[in-house]
Design a protein around this ligand. Structure first.
Ligand SMILES: NC(=O)c1ccc[n+]([C@@H]2O[C@H](COP(=O)([O-])OP(=O)(O)OC[C@H]3O[C@@H](n4cnc5c(N)ncnc54)[C@H](OP(=O)(O)O)[C@@H]3O)[C@@H](O)[C@H]2O)c1
Length: 304
């Protein structure tokens, strides 16, 4: 089959691409980049396209049996309206453009990545745009399915690896908020395995599945587990979310836009996926955090 992975250079997209290639499919990565940024990606075909520019998608999806939408704006969740980096423009607008191009070019199946908490009247605008994105795809007439992932970790993530980065040179690890945010962290390999298994899966067509890991943990438990697996002992230094939002409101206009108050809300919101329907439909394993982390952090496993 010919699979197009839009955002195939990202955290989720790269693993999805890798697993589709390993399963013997022909994979094309749709990216703003003209060619493979990493040598390991060279097996894939490269298509240059920008989901915010519908004209750039012309002809790119012709002959695709499956199109996966794994796009997100650079530096998410730090929105930057001046640079056009907003959830509205990407999660809603970008997905609309991609789904519309799929339909116009006769692509076979659309697999979308929404997010846990997506709802019409959700508290945060990014959750409402994810819900609107789902609605657009459902009404598009495409054969589709969507996943709503919880928080995802893996060898190339920028969140859990940031905590570990602090641990390399500080005697403590800074944690924004009280550390009690509740999440069922999902291993990126499990997300990709479900995306691959969704292809041609009649029981999954036209449905939206929440997907998360098998354990509900607090952010403190997640960071402590990562420290333990990587053989480090550090204490966690909490910074109150309200204080960090005040700092963010001051520095959000600094060059490079290092933080925004919205990003603090994003980082500290609960995100628990109910996996009942997912497990019933796919029956695939979901990896516990310690096991997932030990595949790439544990020195004893030969990971350096
Ligand atoms: N990470 C999580 O924990 C998580 C949790 C729930 C849901 N999700 C959802 O999963 C999806 C993928 O997230 P991710 O974390 O993998 O994102 P990511 O690592 O930031 O990667 C996003 C990719 O989007 C591509 N991209 C950016 N702007 C683009 C544009 N204008 N046109 C085409 N491609 C563009 C980038 O590729 P190029 O730079 O090569 O163009 C980048 O590789 C998103 O919808 C996200 O909301 C993620």
């Amino acid at each position: 089959m010919r699979i197009v992975v839009a955002g195939g250079t990202g955290l989720l997209g790269r693993e999805i691409t890798r697993q589709f290639l390993a399963a013997g499919h022909e994979v094309a990565v749709l990216s703003r980049s003209p060619g493979a940024p990493h040598p390991g990606d060279s097996q894939a075909i490269w298509l240059r396209g920008d989901v915010t520019e519908p004209a750039s998608l012309a002809g790119k999806l012709k002959g695709a049996d499956v199109v996966v939408d794994a796009v997100q704006f650079p530096n998410s969740p730090i929105e930057d309206p001046k640079k056009g980096r907003t959830f509205e423009r990407f999660d809603l607008g970008g997905t609309k453009n991609l789904a519309d191009a799929c339909r116009a070019q006769g692509a076979g199946q659309f697999i979308g990545l929404s997010g846990v908490g997506a709802a019409e009247n959700a508290r945060f605008h990014w959750q409402r745009f994810k819900w609107q994105e789902e609605q657009h795809v459902a009404a598009s007439g495409l054969a589709y399915m969507m996943f709503r992932p919880s928080w995802i970790y893996g060898p190339n993530d920028v969140s859990l690896n940031r905590f570990l980065g602090f641990a390399r040179f500080l005697p403590f690890v800074p944690v924004i908020g009280d550390g009690k945010t509740r999440i069922n962290p999902l291993f990126v390999g499990d997300l990709a395995a479900h995306v691959v298994a969704a292809v041609g899966n009649q029981a999954a067509l036209g449905r939206v599945f929440e997907i998360g890991g098998p354990e509900v943990l607090t952010m403190d438990e997640i960071v402590r587990t990562a420290l333990r697996v990587s053989g480090k002992r550090r204490f966690l230094l909490h910074q109150p979310a309200s204080f960090m939002k005040l700092i963010a409101s001051l520095i959000q206009h600094a060059p490079g836009r290092p933080l925004t108050p919205g990003a603090i809300d994003f980082i500290t919101m609960d995100g628990i996926a109910d996996t009942t329907a997912l497990v019933e439909t796919f029956g695939l394993p979901l990896t516990p955090l310690e096991q997932g982390l030990s595949t790439y952090l544990d020195d004893r496993a030969g990971n350096g």
